[in-house]
Design a protein around this ligand. Structure first.
Ligand code: PLP
Length: 459
């Protein structure tokens, strides 16, 4: 018989002297604490975050299957830059961007070049830098000044392009979106480019509305400009969300390397690439479009390997997760997943459009993302921010925000449908929207606007 213990072992979480009440919040404490206690404190505070699955503001993946999680936990410790130490991960990285080059129809895929990044932001910076450097080299070679580069893009670009222009001293030329020109198009490009234009950015999946920009039209406008003036201006495609949607849902649409004007494409693997954050990719159609002097060499298997990045260290695990998804899903699997999200988005959009107060922005879905506005004259008692707050009280995070420059008078609300938002959950959300509208309609007088909580808009 085992002797009875004279004491009970308890786990005195939060109950030791001092622990229950005091820990400096903004300074490092002197003494360590038990791992369980530290875990519980962090865990409990993070519990106050919104529920990621009900977060319809973000584009970033919030779910992978259990096998992916196992792989992830086996690879937490890999640093992507250690190519020499982790040659298998390095080889898989290269395989992934080559797969993307083919998926995006690089004409001679073996001439394409690419890299993984921490996300689209880094990938866009690299795409922009390559355009800037290439333009500078061409100008200098021609004995022309190279000190006033500009970049042409829609006013609805993601914030990374404002950063690019700011950090690398490139004049941003924003073509304002308007009801007549809701995206960048041939008209906008023709009015803005000149001999100092390093390139044009076209977005596949505008953050505000989910719409694709008409890349073919933009390319044709640049062809006409070249025929007229001799200027050879390329396009970088910011396909942060569309890069993993278009090849599966709109395979006929020509937006990628099938168009010779398209010189580089970036995407976020952690959006519709279905990988946990943070991973992105950038691919150039050929080595000609990536100036040699942007490439550094790191040691690799006793030799050296070219790398191109803003970061040095960054996690390698997500690269393995990307390759896992490529193997696990294949073309048909990716198509099935994106189609399911698209069908849910279509259903939500149709139902919301059928509600009295709302009308959709745009006339069809491109990626599984859509935005709507309140009909003019419906009411001045409440607006989309009030609806957002009502939904938030029930756990749903559905952001309302103003449109960019030249359309800032217009407020819209947006839903990003990701893998994991089922038809069933979508129907619950619709019920909640209907009951919130009934509640708001029934209120007397406008709502007080002070102190309301708004959900951050993910640029
Ligand atoms: C999300 C997004 C980005 C930024 O991507 P990250 O992967 O979050 O760095 C850039 N451009 C567009 C169009 C986006 O939607």
């Amino acid at each position: 018989m085992t002797p009875r213990r004279s004491s009970i072992e308890i786990n005195p979480l939060f109950a030791r002297p001092g622990e229950a009440t005091e820990r400096p919040r903004f300074a490092l404490a002197d003494e360590p604490m038990l791992p369980e206690t530290a875990y519980q404190i962090v865990h409990d505070e993070a519990m106050l975050d919104g529920n990621a699955r009900l977060n319809l503001a973000t584009f970033v993946g919030t779910w992978m299957d259990p096998a992916a999680s196992t792989l992830y936990s086996e690879a937490f410790d890999k640093n992507m830059i250690d190519k020499d130490e982790y040659p298998a991960t390095a080889a898989i990285e290269e395989r992934c961007w080559r797969i993307l080059a083919r998926l995006w129809h690089a004409p001679e895929a073996h001439h394409a070049i690419g890299t993984s990044t921490i996300g689209s932001s880094e990938a866009c910076m690299l795409g922009g830098l390559a355009m800037k450097r290439r333009w500078q080299q061409a100008r200098r070679a021609a004995g022309q000044p190279a000190d006033r580069p500009n970049i042409v893009m829609s006013s609805a670009v993601q914030v990374v392009w404002e950063k690019f222009a700011n950090y690398w001293d490139v004049e941003p030329r924003y073509v304002p979106v308007s009801p007549e020109h809701p995206t960048l198009d041939a008209h906008g490009v023709e009015s803005q480019v000149d001999e100092n234009t390093i390139g044009v950015v076209a977005i596949m999946g505008v953050t505000y509305t989910g719409a694709y920009e008409p890349v073919r039209q933009i390319a044709e406008a640049l062809d006409r400009i070249q025929a007229r003036t001799g200027l050879d201006i390329g396009i970088h495609i910011d396909a942060a969300s569309g890069g993993f949607v278009t090849p599966f849902l709109q395979p006929e649409l020509e937006w990628d390397f099938r168009l010779p004007r398209v010189r580089s494409i970036s995407t976020s693997a952690h959006k519709y690439g279905l990988v946990y954050p943070g991973l992105g990719w950038v691919v150039w159609r050929g080595t000609d479009y990536l100036p040699e002097d942007l490439i550094f060499n790191v040691s690799y298997l006793g030799g050296s390997m070219p790398t191109l990045a803003l970061n040095f260290s960054r996690p390698g695990a997500q690269v393995l997760l990307q390759y896992y998804n490529f193997l696990r899903l294949g073309r048909h699997g990716y198509r099935a997943v994106q189609q399911a999200s698209f069908d849910v988005a279509r259903h939500l959009a149709d139902e919301i459009a059928a509600m009295a107060p709302f009308e959709l922005m745009g006339d069809g879905l491109d990626i599984p993302v859509f935005a709507w506005r309140q009909k003019v004259g419906y009411t001045d008692k409440w607006d989309l921010y009030d609806l957002g707050n009502q939904l938030r009280q029930h756990g749903w995070l559905v952001p309302a925000y103003p449109m960019p420059e030249a359309m800032t008078d217009l407020t819209v609300q947006r839903i990003v449908v990701r893998n994991g938002l089922s038809m069933d959950l979508a129907d619950r959300l619709l019920e909640q929207i209907r009951s919130s509208v009934r509640y708001l309609d029934g209120l007397d007088g406008p709502l007080p606007h002070e102190g309301r909580v708004t959900t951050a808009f993910h640029h």
